[in-house]
Design a protein around this ligand. Sequence first.
Ligand SMILES: Cc1ncc(COP(=O)(O)O)c(C=O)c1O
Length: 400
Amino acid sequence: MRRSDFPELTRRIGDQPLTYLDSAATSLMPTPVLKVLQAFYATNYANVHRSVSTLGYEATNRYEEARQQVARWLHAGSDEIIFTAGCTDSLNLVAATWGRQHLHAGDEVVVSIMEHHSSLLPWQQLALQVGAKLRFIQLTPAGTLDLEQARTLFNAHTKVLVLTQVSNVLGCENPVGQLAKWAHAVGAIAVIDGAQAVPHLAVNVAALDCDFYAFSGHKLLAPTGIGVLYGKRVLLQQLPPYRYGGEMIADVSCETASWADGVQKFEAGTPNIIGAIGLAAALTYLTKIGWQRIWQHDQVLLQDLATRLAAIPGVTLYGSGPRYGVISFNLAGVHPHDLATVLDQLGVEVRAGHHCAEPLVHALGTESTVRASVFLYNDQTDCDRLISGIKTAKEFFHVT
Ligand SMILES: Cc1ncc(COP(=O)(O)O)c(C=O)c1O
């Protein structure tokens, strides 16, 4: 689908054509997004929220239109959308503001064993500092979240549920709405990591009824360095600033300061203007194609990969379908980094390691996996090249 829109796919790795199966790390950028970025740099480049000049006014409009577009897409208000440096930054913002205000000694944080370190560590470290406790939702033998066990974790001490919507290792979708209900029933909030969900699912934060929702632009065709934090209006109004600096104040004296209304309170300094505009362009591009079509396309490739990988002797697949975007596996007798290196020499780009989800990878009984991730520009040839590359690696390493 739309391969010709992605110029990077025409490059070669050594003398091999490129098969890019690492979109869960960072997705490629299509020409329509590149053109928007280039045009903005060439004709509109100026700072936002500061200047009465025409250029400043135009840049501010574009930046705020991008915010409105993200808000419409997520089914939120534009006063609920904070632009950040990425998903990691968004998740740290919540722990550093809401968490610092509300988490105290003896409180509990319910967190899934599937969390990316960006989602786990802000709460783990805050809990250590204030004397709160993390309680982990574990896996079933099928590699899904154990909902029966999860239910027992919520109680009067629970202050926060921290949950990834789609696992960056297993690719499974977690029942965010259900778990958020359990959190709310005990007076806790739900903080959702949407980094791997937004490229593959139509997300509606109002329907999920989560309190905070975080993601990065670079996993859905936008530049790096831009992210989003959705927060419920009523919660954002009560939060202190995250960082201090220009354009986030109402008044400043030598002794004290007061803060701007709305989301500007959280956007100190010059924001990533071009990133926000690139994110809006990426959303326009993806929305035109349609999330349902993208999802169906990805499903066909992932199901094909799951079947063909499982048929290779020595391959262990992690998790079970349906998967969103990613599939993780290991090949007996070959270290994941060695397999990824051989694949790279064949032009097939995958990721190997613990995927910044060490607790999960350990719960799966391993130290690392190989992860192939697909997006709208992948096709059957990419799957064929991965499968044939694994067979080549088996011969190379003399494993049967
Ligand atoms: C599930 C998940 N959460 C959070 C992140 C962190 O995103 P970023 O590095 O863009 O801040 C990632 C990145 O891989 C991820 O997969």
